[in-house]
Design a protein around this ligand. Structure first.
Ligand SMILES: [Fe+2]
Length: 368
């Protein structure tokens, strides 16, 4: 079978002869801020996505001590706003972009500290791999942050954080900062220097209203772009995944693949993603499970929540442990393998790719 054509292998009919007139033409392009397509098409319109971002792993054993050291040396407050340290993809030229669309960071809040309130167009979430004791106050509603919880701060919601304990806490933030920066869509507004409500309720008002399975309050019949739920609690996520694997054992259809349970966090008013630009999911692999190799348009970030295993990205295997984070850029082949029961939190830019009809997935069927 012949190989598919590439820009390099097709005959290039537009190879003009190098003459003084041609050079003058190209100088004319340059002087007038013009670039001809025929010299660029391989980069501008590749046969398949060729990301500048690279597959990369950040070890929790490096992230956490550096965040702790930042806690000693860098005060948190107005101006810098957050003690957040962004994961900078080595392929993206020194920007704090984990991918062309996504930001991922470790954030650290010391004992009794407050991160002031603000709001911005960018959508944000937090995921907690360890610790407790911080409340994030979202549009005036205090939301407890505990291990395994997913917290949402959709675009233009005021938010600040405060640590109610004598112990520090670290968590990860995910936002659509690169997408908004590259498209010049972001607005930002300062809010209160302190959080507007220092109460520490077990459940936020949003959860008390919305978090009853299958029940929608009649006061909330109008659909909202982002989820009205401030926190998706670990006990629910864990139970959902446990039940999927138990049902699979009973021979019932429940898992996404053999030995692979997965849930998507959704906006209960629409059944769609929790926010317009970011998809959040949680995946659990049974010990020994290997997922088929796949490629997807758009970028994805994982954080290991529990267990041990490995990820193969672009043919390179990386061993990963609790807290480790890794990015899979667009169309890079990847698969996961579980050494023990393996729990992973995942977020991606899939809502952008799907809404704009760029989404495409390829699964290696021979790998199933
Ligand atoms: Fe923020």
């Amino acid at each position: 079978m012949s190989q598919p054509a590439t820009h390099e292998t097709v005959e290039h009919a537009m190879q003009p002869e190098d003459t003084p007139e041609l050079r003058a033409l190209y100088r004319g392009f340059e002087d007038n801020h013009l670039i001809p397509l025929w010299t660029q098409i391989g980069d501008l319109m590749p046969i398949h996505p060729k990301p500048r971002a690279v597959a990369h792993v950040w070890k929790w054993s490096s992230l956490l001590p550096l965040a702790e050291k930042s806690g000693e040396l860098v005060p948190v407050g107005r101006g810098g706003e957050r003690r957040a340290i962004g994961l900078a993809n080595p392929g993206l030229g020194g920007h704090a972009y984990v991918s062309p669309t996504l930001w991922a960071a470790i954030q650290y809040l010391g004992p009794r500290e407050t991160a002031p309130e603000h709001r911005h167009s960018q959508n944000a979430f937090r995921f907690i791999v360890e610790g407790e004791g911080v409340w994030t106050v979202v549009n005036g509603d205090p939301v407890r942050m505990s291990r395994g919880d997913l917290l949402l701060t959709p675009g233009w919601y005021f938010h600040g954080h405060h640590n109610d304990t004598d112990k520090p806490m670290a968590w990860i933030d995910g936002l659509d900062i690169p997408f908004s920066q590259q498209n010049d869509v972001g607005f930002f507004e300062f809010g209160s220097d302190r959080v507007t409500d220092y109460a520490t309720p077990r459940f936020s008002r949003g959860e008390r209203l919305w978090c009853h399975p299958g029940l929608r309050p009649l006061s909330g019949l109008k659909d909202t772009v982002s989820t009205p739920i401030g926190a998706y609690r670990w006990e629910h996520t864990d139970r959902a995944l446990t039940e999927q694997l138990l049902l699979e054992e009973e021979g019932q259809p429940a898992t996404v693949e053999q030995g692979h349970a997965a849930v998507r966090y959704v906006n209960p008013t629409t059944g769609g993603d929790v926010m317009p630009t970011i998809r959040c999911e949680f995946h659990r692999l049974r010990e020994g499970t290997k997922t088929p190799a796949r490629r997807e348009v758009g970028s994805t970030v994982f954080q290991v929540f529990d267990g041990r295993g490995s990820v193969v990205m672009d043919g390179v295997e990386h061993r990963i442990d609790i807290g480790d984070m890794f990015v899979i850029p667009s169309w890079i082949e990847w698969s996961l393998q579980a050494e023990t029961r393996f729990d992973l939190f995942r977020f991606s830019d899939a809502p952008i790719m799907e809404r704009l009809h760029f989404a495409r997935t390829h699964v290696d069927e021979g790998d199933r």
